[in-house]
Design a binder for this molecule. Sequence first.
Ligand SMILES: *[C@@H]1O[C@H](CO)[C@@H](O)[C@H](O)[C@H]1NC(C)=O
Ligand SMILES: *[C@@H]1O[C@H](CO)[C@@H](O)[C@H](O)[C@H]1NC(C)=O
Ligand SMILES: *[C@@H]1O[C@H](CO)[C@@H](O)[C@H](O)[C@H]1NC(C)=O
Ligand SMILES: *[C@@H]1O[C@H](CO)[C@@H](O)[C@H](O)[C@H]1NC(C)=O
Ligand SMILES: *[C@@H]1O[C@H](CO)[C@@H](O)[C@H](O)[C@H]1NC(C)=O
Ligand SMILES: *[C@@H]1O[C@H](CO)[C@@H](O)[C@H](O)[C@H]1NC(C)=O
Length: 321
Amino acid sequence: MERDRKELPWRILIFLFLMCVSAVMTDHSVVPAPQNVSVVSINMKHVMTWSPVIVPNWNVTYSLQVEGEFEKIHWNQSWFNISECWSISINWCDVTHEIAANVLYNLRVRVDWGTHRSNWTALDQPFNRITTFLTPPELSLQTDGMHIIVKLEDLGPNFDYELFYWKKDEDTLVYNKTVNEASTPVHLETVQAKMDYCVKAQTYVKAINRRSDFSSPVCINVPGDISLNLWVVFFGVLISIMVLPLVAWKISQKLQYSFFPEEILPECLIVTKSHHKLIYSNNNAGECFEAAVQVVSSKKLVHFYTKGFVQCYESSQHAHN
Ligand SMILES: *[C@@H]1O[C@H](CO)[C@@H](O)[C@H](O)[C@H]1NC(C)=O
Ligand SMILES: *[C@@H]1O[C@H](CO)[C@@H](O)[C@H](O)[C@H]1NC(C)=O
Ligand SMILES: *[C@@H]1O[C@H](CO)[C@@H](O)[C@H](O)[C@H]1NC(C)=O
Ligand SMILES: *[C@@H]1O[C@H](CO)[C@@H](O)[C@H](O)[C@H]1NC(C)=O
Ligand SMILES: *[C@@H]1O[C@H](CO)[C@@H](O)[C@H](O)[C@H]1NC(C)=O
Ligand SMILES: *[C@@H]1O[C@H](CO)[C@@H](O)[C@H](O)[C@H]1NC(C)=O
């Protein structure tokens, strides 16, 4: 009995100590819950963020749960673990795949620290993806002959892109073109060479029936069809090669007939300025005969010189006799 009385206070003390330890170990309030919980949603990408919880000498992890409107109404607040966002060590997580419809979603996060867990902290306001912030798409332009090629920022399968383009100095007539993917460059047709064109674009998200603002216009000069120009140059050179010798030959012939008679014209055949009279002198007959033979092939001059030759010949004959 005495022994039991002696041990009792110790047992009580140990019991109280263990109670305290277990109370501390299981009290969630020891670990502060995450604060400043929000969803940042840009271009249909939804990321939940919160202020990091600092515990000295410990690496904490975070875990997220989601609750859709359907579950909340029909299943009385059923939260689901987000497997991609379970026991993560960074203070943000991409929850895009959890948000599948235009309804309210609630999200919550807690801190795990060893065996301790904080309470959950949920969003102040449930999140609806129709509030996503849509940015104007980035675009860059290139030309390929008569085409303008537009490279668009690829924002994923939810996005259509509406392109508007116009002649820079004629901005009342605006063409438009809608494409449903940005992975391949867009070709704009019906543009003219040697013109400045401007292009702007906006995105359209069918799932939420909303459009982004327009990007600021980007302009480019369309220089013309380079390949066409090359063909023109090619054919130009080809024609030159084929025709030039012919032309050169013709010209040389013309020059020959223009200058030859005067140069070799013997003294007996002198063409006056009027070209209708021949002054002939009495020289030897051989020279005159040669001159006449040279000009025979030029039809225009045939008659002219033949007349001269005859007169010249007759006169030289006369001189011989
Ligand atoms: C955690 O939640 C419980 C029950 O909802 C609450 O009693 C306790 O005060 C909360 N702890 C903190 C730190 O908010
Ligand atoms: C929450 O955000 C406010 C303002 O951004 C900041 O002053 C505060 O320190 C943040 N809370 C925590 C726990 O980081
Ligand atoms: C915390 O993480 C770092 C790097 O991941 C590791 O080196 C360190 O040992 C961890 N500390 C604790 C207390 O787990
Ligand atoms: C929802 O839960 C509350 C208590 O948490 C309970 O009173 C209520 O009956 C439940 N409703 C349904 C539909 O399960
Ligand atoms: C969430 O994950 C934890 C740990 O893996 C598990 O104990 C819990 O039952 C899960 N909750 C749901 C609703 O799946
Ligand atoms: C796009 O152009 C077509 C005609 O080519 C026109 O009917 C349509 O209204 C235009 N769309 C916009 C958004 O300007």
